[in-house]
Design a protein around this ligand. Structure first.
Ligand code: NAP
Ligand code: FE
Length: 366
């Protein structure tokens, strides 16, 4: 047995986690850049809790609340400029993956004033100012990963910033998700589930990472049933948040693989929300494995005896009808196949035709 395991983020998972642990903030810095999306943080209570905690502990702050879904490098540059002008010494990202990822990227830009939108991908390994993450969706696991997924309009794609930016602290309080609309709850839960799947069926998987994957599947046995029955109780909210964090810890070790890489153009060019973009490809991806043994283990933890049962769950939760052509599929497949980053995480040999087939069977049926 051999593994490397690293999880440097300190996680506070509790009801009222922020206010109960507010003394954390003045150990991190004296002035924060708070990064949020346009409105949800102000409605679900997370922004108020952060403001109260900072005020109580004498930490100053400035707000940047303009992060869009799938944050662009332009927005990241704009937010980091405000951070630099105001001499902040740490960043607090509140939201779904978009504000948390934008906050992480801004933390790199703030620490390294020579970095800009044009040289960020060629600047080598960079440090960042500390990041605090407050998750308000249960999906990306960004609060416990080193990744920051950004939209590069220049390259017309989404991609990882390429830096390692683990938040110093993550606050997980499921009460912020109580009013998350059903469709976003489903899309983000599917994202968490695909992290579990891709992190588990991964050439980097280890006995240690399997602990997170397998426990995550057990939690999803419960979560899928509740999602299908639309029973979104506080218990469900807490369990899906836990599953999402476990999935994040697993992909922080192993990375994601085919559905995530193949899903990026579906988001960039077709506007599909991130979780759906992976989810729509997942069943055909699972069917493509020649060796189904680990998939059988995964299915048994989910309480299924056959992949068809998972397929029915997916059919009842997601219904994606995309206007897409064979030419577009060929173009996305070639681009994906030329980037070995995700392919190397897949446990089996794949050819370009396999990628084309997964896209086509997932998106061209009916
Ligand atoms: P999101 O893009 O952050 O947010 C989606 C929508 O949900 C927004 O309209 C947002 O509103 C709203 N929202 C967020 N929290 C809410 C709440 N508690 N109640 C009501 N509405 C709420 O969605 P996401 O799926 O969490 O994040 C997706 C991004 O994360 C993608 O860019 C994806 O590539 C990335 N990602 C990152 C990692 C990683 O490890 N770093 C992993 C997977 C995915 P507001 O805009 O008003 O806040
Ligand atoms: Fe994801």
């Amino acid at each position: 047995m051999e593994f490397i395991y690293s999880m440097p983020t300190k996680i506070y998972f509790a009801q009222d986690a922020i206010l109960k642990n507010k003394d954390v903030f003045n150990t991190i810095g004296s002035k924060a850049l708070i990064v949020t999306g346009r409105s949800s943080a102000k409605i679900n209570g997370s922004y108020d809790d952060i403001r109260k905690a900072l005020t109580d502990t004498g930490v100053n702050y400035i707000l940047f609340d303009q992060v869009e879904e799938n944050p662009s490098l332009e927005t990241i540059e704009k937010g980091s400029k405000i951070g630099k002008e105001n001499n902040v010494d740490f960043v607090i990202g509140i939201g779904g993956g978009s504000p948390m990822d934008a906050a992480k990227a801004m933390a790199v830009f703030i620490k390294n004033p020579q970095v800009n939108i044009d040289n960020i991908f060629t600047s080598g390994k960079l440090d960042s100012v500390p990041v605090v993450a407050v998750a308000t969706t249960s999906g990306t696991g960004s609060e416990v990963t080193q990744y920051s997924i950004v939209t590069s309009n220049k390259e017309r794609t989404k991609k990882n910033l390429g830096q390692s930016i683990f938040p110093k602290v993550a606050f997980l309080d499921s009460k912020y998700t109580y009013k998350l609309p059903y469709d976003i709850t489903v899309n983000t839960a599917i994202d968490a589930f695909t992290h579990l799947v891709e992190g588990y069926l991964n050439s980097n998987s280890t006995n240690m990472s399997d602990i997170y994957g397998e426990k995550g599947f057990e939690l999803f046995r419960y979560c899928f049933e509740k999602l299908i029955n639309k029973e979104l109780s506080p218990e469900f909210r807490s369990k899906v948040m836990m599953a999402s964090a476990m999935a994040g810890i697993q992909i922080a070790q192993n990375g994601t693989s085919l559905p995530h890489g193949m899903g990026y153009p579906l988001t960039y060019f077709k506007g599909l929300p991130h979780g759906l973009a992976n989810g729509v490809l997942t069943i055909e991806y699972l069917k493509s494995f020649k060796d189904q043994r680990r998939i059988e283990r995964m299915l048994s933890l989910l309480g299924f005896s056959h992949l068809d049962e998972l397929e029915s769950v997916f059919k009842s939760l997601i219904n994606v009808k995309l206007d897409i052509t064979v030419e577009e599929i060929n173009e996305y497949s070639k681009k994906f196949f030329s980037n070995k980053d995700k392919l190397k995480n897949h446990t089996e040999e794949v050819e370009l035709e396999d990628i084309v087939r997964i896209y086509s069977k997932s998106l061209l049926k009916d």
